[in-house]
Ligand binder design. Structure first.
Ligand SMILES: Nc1ncnc2c1ncn2[C@@H]1O[C@H](COP(=O)(O)OP(=O)(O)OP(=O)(O)O)[C@@H](O)[C@H]1O
Length: 709
């Protein structure tokens, strides 16, 4: 039986080179349309990814997964649910708790601080090196690509030289093909060399793209794995849309910046170096003219690259905000339409889109200045080159072919310099996006379910809250629980009652160790919950939360989430126990009926019953029902409660903790614990006994409810 609360006094407290088909001019389009790229890649990656990742991110009922792991409600959804439930309760006349409104700025800042990893941000170079190390599994493939790059670049660099020789051969009578080749043989050999170069280039593109995509996939998996294991304080301060944007867009930007971009950069560096060398060989004097413009251009490039890095980070954030708005508002489209909020939402979305546009405009102006300046400098250098080169040809210091070679090489060098700048800008973009990824990848959850810990040898004997005080990390100023003590023996059926917003669901969250108490301890068989291996502990529990959401899939898929090994007979039995079989049986495809996104194609009561069946399938030792039957009518609720609290259920010795408001639900439990205004237990005892107390808390609570009806 439940012991009375133990008092709550003392403890109370308050590409250049055209390598992969891109135009090979120095005004690289890669750098010019950064925002478009970000958006385009976001858009491309988002649709398939959203379908894949938002579902787990939006999971709700806490149950064991098919892999035996424990899965829990996401705050993104909690926020959505809160947003949905607010207007709904307003419509139904239910009053909201005074302190349950939207997070104020201070709280949001506290939540964000709780969600942010500590520590200094790495510098650009070290961040980039770290990102580069993350490509380690692709090193072999990237190495192969670099080998092929050397081949194709070698061939490219031979072109101007060969062309110069051919021009000389065509313009002077005595010139002949080298190595005594006939013109046909010479042209044939050149064509063969070009073919080898083309093949090497094609191979390089395949290897590089494959390596890039593999890296994106791995980054996404690692990031998702890291995010899905974060503690609830993190999710309280994060927005799902933002996280999805990091998963989709940032990963693609980072991967590109250290795979294809590195290849393009390397190609540009090689071309520039080889081009300069060849120019020097052919005519050092002419080379001097062309190279005079390099130092100012390099400096200009560094300034531009830094600017782009900042801009990339802002753009990634703005894209994240846009995704967030789209995700939240489309995810709650019923609420939007019910309140005729379409135009307001359109304006809100447009506001986010305009922010991105403003950033893109700044980037466009910066790119225009940069590449325009580059082009002008290149053209002026070319004029000087033609003036000097023409004079040298007239004086017989160099041949026309040599001048043509140097001109072509200088074109290559110019393109390569543009390529190097684009490489730098792209690398900085990668760092901008990478910093956001590294923040997430580096974040260690405060509550780590995989951390080693004590595994209970036998069954759960007692669960105790010992002088527990609790404040949500997002609202450190507001104490929800203070010095709360209660004990729940194994097999007991305990109901938690109390006015709205007094911490009933919080007790369930503490039991699952979504959060650690700010004071006091939660004990299981005398072990502090913090010392238990959390996955092992959570596998002993199942929670049906206040507004259970199902996954988009069939009823069967959702049930199997509770126990992947369950047979059809077990699924039907669980549905029967949850009083759900009678309606599932009549659905067009029965258990294979698609339930819609988050179970939207079922009624609230049907969703609740499927969620109860799913929790029962997990065969928990402790079942936590957080107003899990609130959407059912009296008859249906009585049946479900009969199945959960009746003789057959008791024979299973399952401990049942029920959070409830209704008398019909509360009286099914052996003991009712009423939470008081002071954050502790106001009274506890059998329902009937408490109702007999003339000025008892439960009696007043029930009277107030009756009065309200
Ligand atoms: N994730 C959160 N971050 C910050 N504050 C929270 C969070 N969740 C709940 N709270 C606040 O903690 C208090 C207790 O919330 P809880 O959900 O436990 O109340 P409850 O008694 O279950 O209410 P109800 O009967 O309305 O479901 C409320 O004031 C609520 O606003």
């Amino acid at each position: 039986m439940l012991n009375r609360q133990l008092g709550s006094t003392a403890a109370r407290q308050a590409s250049p080179g055209g390598g992969d088909g891109r135009p090979s001019t120095s005004t690289s389009p890669r750098a010019v349309d950064m925002t478009q790229h970000v958006l385009a890649s976001g858009g491309r990656a988002r649709s398939p990814l959203l379908a894949d990742v938002t579902t787990p991110l939006l999971s709700s009922t806490v149950v064991r997964g098919p892999d035996g792991r424990y899965y829990s409600t996401s705050p993104g959804q909690q926020q959505q649910q809160q947003q949905q439930s607010r207007p709904a309760s307003a419509l139904s006349g239910r009053s909201e708790p005074a302190d349950a409104g939207a997070m104020d700025e201070k709280a949001a800042a506290a939540a964000a601080a709780a969600a942010e990893p500590g520590g200094k941000k790495p510098g650009a170079a070290s961040a980039w090196l770290r990102l580069f190390r993350m490509a380690r599994p692709e090193y072999r493939m990237l190495g192969g690509a670099v080998g092929l790059l050397l081949v194709s670049s070698g061939v490219s660099m031979a072109i101007p030289f060969s062309m110069g020789k051919i021009i000389d051969m065509a313009t002077s009578a005595g010139a002949a093909m080298p190595y005594g080749l006939t013109p046909a043989q010479g042209f044939g050999a050149l064509a063969a060399v070009f073919a080898v170069g083309a093949l090497a280039n094609a191979g390089r593109i395949v290897l590089m793209r494959t390596a890039g995509e593999r890296m994106v996939a791995r980054l996404r998996r690692d990031l998702f794995g890291r995010v899905v294991r974060q503690d609830m304080a993190f999710f309280d301060g994060s927005r799902t849309g933002d996280l999805v944007s990091r998963l989709s867009t940032d990963t693609a930007v980072v991967s590109r910046s250290i795979t294809s971009n590195v290849s393009d950069g390397l190609r540009a560096a090689l071309s520039a170096a080889a081009g300069v060398a060849m120019m020097v060989v052919v005519s050092p004097k002419l080379t001097g003219v062309m190279l005079g413009i390099i130092p100012p251009l390099a400096l200009w490039g560094v300034v531009y690259g830094r600017f782009v890095r900042r801009l990339a980070r802002d753009t990634q954030q703005a894209v994240g905000a846009l995704s967030r708005v789209a995700e939240e508002r489309l995810g709650n489209v019923r609420t939007v339409q019910a309140f005729s909020g379409e135009a307001a939402e359109e304006a809100r979305f447009d506001g986010e889109a305009q922010r991105i546009l403003a950033l893109a405009r700044r980037e466009a102006v910066a790119s225009a200045l940069f590449f325009g300046g580059n082009g002008l400098a290149g053209n002026l250098a070319l004029l000087a080159f033609l003036a000097l080169g023409g004079r040298m040809v007239l004086r017989g210091e160099i041949s026309v072919g040599d001048m043509a070679s140097v001109m072509m090489y200088s074109g290559y060098v110019g393109m390569s310099l543009g390529g190097l700048t684009a490489f730098y800008a792209e690398a900085m973009k990668g760092v901008g996006a990478g910093e956001r990824l590294l923040e997430l990848l580096d974040r260690r959850p405060a509550v780590d379910a995989a951390a080693p810990g004590v595994r209970l040898a036998g069954p759960v004997e007692t669960i105790a809250f010992a002088a527990v005080g609790f404040r949500y990390p997002a609202r450190p100023d507001a104490a929800v629980l203070r010095g709360l003590s209660l004990e729940i023996p194994a097999g007991a059926h305990v109901a938690i009652a109390g006015p709205s917003g007094k911490g009933k669901s919080t007790l369930a969250a503490l039991l699952l160790r979504f959060y650690d108490p700010s004071d006091g301890r939660v004990l299981v068989n005398g072990h502090d919950l913090r010392t238990l291996q959390l996955h092992a502990w959570r596998r002993r529990l199942a929670l049906v939360p206040q507004e259970p959401a199902l996954f988009a899939g069939s009823i069967r898929d959702n049930l199997l989430y509770g126990n992947a090994q369950a047979s059809d007979a077990q699924l039907v039995e669980a549905l029967e126990r949850a009083d759900a079989w009678h309606f599932v049986e009549r659905l067009p495809a029965q258990m294979d009926t698609y339930v819609g996104e988050r179970g939207a194609a079922l009624s609230g009561g049907q969703r609740q019953r499927v969620a109860i069946a799913r929790a029962l399938l997990a065969q928990p030792e402790v079942l936590i029902l957080d107003e899990a039957t609130s959407a059912l009518d009296g008859t249906r609720e009585a049946r479900v409660l009969g199945a959960l609290h009746g003789g057959a259920a008791r024979a299973r010795r399952m401990t049942v903790v029920t959070v409830a408001h209704r008398a019909s639900t509360l009286r099914c439990s052996d003991t009712v614990v009423v939470l008081g205004d002071d954050g502790g237990v106001a009274e506890a005892g059998a329902f009937d006994e408490l109702m007999l107390r003339p000025d008892g808390h439960l009696r007043r609570l029930m009277a107030a409810q009756q009065h309200a009806q």
